[in-house]
Design a protein around this ligand. Structure first.
Ligand code: LER
Ligand code: MN
Length: 272
């Protein structure tokens, strides 16, 4: 059965980012559990920041799971990315991700690679960048396997990366990997921009989908934009997806309204 999750960021530099809750993890957990969410997804500045939270206690007290941990703070705060021309910087990026993966694995949560994938450009051409990214995904996928988790790779819209924009490009990027521990993230906001049909793209990626960012066309709560969620819910049901639908949305007009609207749409889609 598909499970619900909601995002909380504790990255100061990401206060304008698409996260439902900011700064106060205890408050986010309280509201998430009151509204009946299954889990929270955490965006943190570092593995140490995750470890210094009273997360075990909060999750247990509110009967929540940790759905996933984001790694994008490596880019937002330190400008790290896996396609950096400088090998020491690439290693630093990989190390940052590895650390977050380990912190997430304490709660059986996978880590997400979104903006940390980087981009190709005039300095690092496309085949070289693709090689850097694939090699890192291979090593990090093996690390996920050893931790008993998965690694979630996220195709992003063209304004954020040129590595993979669609589910099909994500499938092709992962195809040569000698590990099945790297899964795809289907972010409905990015897919709404890039896919011919969001439902068809979900069907194409099928069992490779490991996480869903459940959000509307305008990156507000599901139900506050113009995405038609019925065919998306059918596609996810038909591929047997049983991971999280996690609200990575702007808190517009505010966090509570966004959380309420999300869970209403979630129930309409997945608990009819
Ligand atoms: C992260 O999940 C995401 O969707 C990106 O747009 C941010 O890098
Ligand atoms: Mn996303």
């Amino acid at each position: 059965m598909i499970k619900s999750a909601i995002t909380v960021s504790i990255v100061g530099q990401a206060r304008k980012g698409p996260f439902v809750f900011h700064d106060d993890v205890a408050h986010a957990c309280h509201i998430a559990s009151q509204l009946g969410f299954d889990a929270v997804e955490l965006f943190a500045p570092s593995a140490d920041a995750i470890r210094s939270l009273p997360l075990a206690d909060l999750l247990q007290r509110h009967n929540l799971r940790l759905a996933a941990v984001g790694t994008g703070a490596g880019m937002v705060v330190q400008k790290l990315q896996l396609c950096d021309p400088d090998s020491a910087r690439r290693q630093k990026a990989e190390h940052f991700i590895r650390d977050i993966m380990s912190a997430g694995a304490d709660y059986a949560a996978p880590a997400i690679i979104g903006s940390m994938q980087g981009k190709w450009d005039d300095v690092v051409d496309q085949p070289t960048a693709q090689g850097y990214l694939r090699d890192a995904l291979q090593r990090l996928g093996e690390h996920a396997e050893s931790l008993g988790t998965t690694l979630i790779y996220e195709p992003l819209n063209r304004y954020e990366t040129n590595m993979a924009n669609t589910m099909q490009q994500g499938v092709e990027l992962l195809r040569p990997l000698a590990t099945t521990s790297v899964k795809l993230l289907a972010d409905l906001f990015h897919m709404n921009i890039e896919e011919v049909s969001v439902a068809d793209a979900l069907q194409t990626a099928g069992a490779q989908i490991g996480h869903v960012h459940f959000v509307d066309s305008n990156r507000q709560a599901a139900g506050r934009g113009h995405i038609d969620f019925a065919p998306i819910a059918s596609a996810l049901a038909s591929i047997g997806y049983d991971g999280y639908a996690s609200a990575e949305a702007f808190p517009i007009p505010d966090s509570l309204t966004t959380a309420r609207q999300t869970i209403e749409t979630f129930r309409r889609c997945f608990r009819p």
